[in-house]
Design a protein around this ligand. Sequence first.
Ligand SMILES: Cc1cc2nc3c(=O)[nH]c(=O)nc-3n(C[C@H](O)[C@H](O)[C@H](O)COP(=O)(O)OP(=O)(O)OC[C@H]3O[C@@H](n4cnc5c(N)ncnc54)[C@H](O)[C@@H]3O)c2cc1C
Length: 308
Amino acid sequence: MTALPTPRGKLTENRFLNDLTWLRVGGPADYLFQPADVRDLQDFLHVLPAEIPVFPMGVGSNLIVRDGGLRAVVIRLGRGFNGISVEGNTVTAGAAALDAHVARKAADAGVDLTFLRTIPGSIGGAVRMNAGCYGSYTADALRKATAVTRQGEVLDLTPDDLNFRYRQSDLPEGAVLISATLEGPSGEAEELHARMEAQLKKRDETQPTKDRSAGSTFRNPAGFSSTGRDDDTHDLKAWKVIDDAGMRGATKGGAQMSPKHSNFLINTGDATAADLEGLGEEVRKKVYETSGITLEWEIMRVGDPLIE
Ligand SMILES: Cc1cc2nc3c(=O)[nH]c(=O)nc-3n(C[C@H](O)[C@H](O)[C@H](O)COP(=O)(O)OP(=O)(O)OC[C@H]3O[C@@H](n4cnc5c(N)ncnc54)[C@H](O)[C@@H]3O)c2cc1C
């Protein structure tokens, strides 16, 4: 294997990723790099041989990493990338800051970013996935994002550069987001905190929040994705077509379509990535057979299957 540069942060060879994903599955990455700070990340990427792929990872709440792992340097940001500061209605957060922390700090300062409170990812993942709920999206609040490119340059990105779409945005290949600047409307701190408590309660009532999942497995069928646009409606949900196909509660190995919310794929204990992805594919097939609808994955699946 090509020799890699020696960073100040932590570089681990052949590092299993299962404990770094919400679903608790995933084989080894060739390398896991946890940079000490922005300079360390820049220096590392600048000298990393161009043929070695880079995969930036947040807290793994929207990922199935396949059992054979990832032939890449996985970059995971931690301390040194999780600061949060508020100035007026503008909140600047490091990419490793958790969405929930950002929402709470913003609320303390009377800024409404409450939509982030119940999303279990990091700000880097929120920008990349245009995360959102309850009718608000990262795209609505984002003013600027900053990334380190694959060549090690610091690059500011506007919302136009990011080309936000439903659960998607564009980033230059291999670029690692390091921070984001968001703006929210003013609100009264106590009221904002109360709203977030209500959202958490609603989640607990309707979703398997105590299980290992990666959130919604499939997008709501095209045209029904709650984007808030006029040409979009909300009356056809992925969970409904999964129910109609009789797949609520369906299992494969340790994987199950949650009996509580049928669009949540869960690891009941000993699922492999192959169980989870395989069950998802069975659901897609059944839904197509019963309703003619092709469900699209919302969970990202990355890496190689295990070859026995
Ligand atoms: C219980 C549960 C509920 C959920 N509810 C919602 C919801 O209501 N709304 C919603 O939108 N999502 C929801 N999700 C999905 C998930 O939390 C979001 O997609 C989140 O934004 C992913 O962030 P992450 O840090 O975990 O990213 P990861 O899952 O680690 O990665 C996701 C993608 O982002 C990229 N990425 C992450 N960090 C960086 C970075 N620093 N630079 C460049 N790229 C990066 C990765 O390469 C990957 O492509 C839910 C998940 C769970 C488990």
